[in-house]
Design a protein around this ligand. Structure first.
Ligand code: TA6
Length: 260
């Protein structure tokens, strides 16, 4: 049975589920920063729509039809450290993960709440051979006015999107239609402008993804009419930025969310 952890700091609070090591809710400077679908399924088996799911050890659809975005978001992680404003969760390989992805590993997520929310994600290769993986911290940000939302910081970066020619991003990213864009070599920071702003910093995460399904979201059971309420601005290492990890070594990366 998954457990919910409540973090508090002088500036706010956050809720984290051990199911998927998923941040479900963050309030900082009096603002709720993340979107959690009112239609999300919380049955400890299905991926939970909203918050910050972890896509690992692959991002997106799998070529052999394995679960999209990997298994990290649908496993219960172990809580290995808990303080008032910080916790660490861990996922180790077992027979079920090995059947899907035949590697020995430990993934860890440390969530720290101050006047920002910081997520430190690491993966250790416990195998005797290198393995590769991709991942993203798939943050769903709550927005007031999707048609006026802008994401700044990606001007001129290569934008890859199914059904569109890959070209450099021209200006800010706006979402006048369904958007599912991957940016290679994305810089720091990205800023999400809505009625208020959120700054997204990261380290060692080369990729950025911006997603909202627009009207197509209405037919997704756990999104439905709520599709205008969020924009995903994700950081990670996907596609050409997938990580090749040597045995006995560790990959560490960080994402930080700060209300503007
Ligand atoms: O990050 C964007 C994306 O990969 C989209 O292609 C979209 O399908 C989304 O993630 C949600 O995926 P999910 O498996 O959670 O429905």
């Amino acid at each position: 049975m998954a457990k919910q952890i409540e973090l508090v700091s002088a500036s706010g609070r956050a809720s984290v589920s051990t199911f998927g090591a998923q941040v479900l809710d963050v309030e900082l400077a009096g603002r709720r920063l993340l979107w959690l679908s009112p239609l999300a399924v919380h049955d400890d088996r299905s991926a939970v729509r909203g918050g910050i799911p972890i896509c690992f050890p692959w991002f997106g659809k799998h070529p052999d039809g394995l679960p999209a975005h990997g298994f990290a978001r649908t496993r219960t992680w172990s809580l290995t450290d808990q303080q008032a404003d910080r916790c660490t969760l861990e996922l180790r390989d077992d027979a079920e993960t090995y059947a899907l992805w035949p590697h020995h590993f430990v993934a860890r997520l440390t969530i720290t709440l101050t006047d920002t929310l910081q997520l430190t994600f690491s993966v250790d290769n416990l195998d005797h051979a290198p393995f590769n993986f991709s991942y993203a911290l798939h943050s769903y940000f709550a927005v007031d006015a999707l048609d006026r939302v802008r994401v700044t910081g990606l001007d001129g970066r290569l934008r890859r999107e199914v059904g569109h020619v890959t070209t450099p991003q021209a200006g800010d990213v706006t979402l006048p239609r369904a958007t599912d864009a991957i940016f290679e070599q994305a810089p720091e920071p990205l800023v999400l402008h809505d009625t208020a702003t959120v700054r997204i910093d990261s380290a060692h995460m080369a990729s950025a993804i911006v997603w909202n399904p627009a009207e197509a979201g209405a037919s997704v059971a756990d999104i439905g009419p709520h599709w205008p309420e969020f924009v995903c601005v994700e950081r990670g290492n996907v596609g050409g930025a997938a990580v090749v990890l040597q045995p006995g070594t560790q990959h560490v990366a960080m994402m930080q969310i700060t209300p503007g």
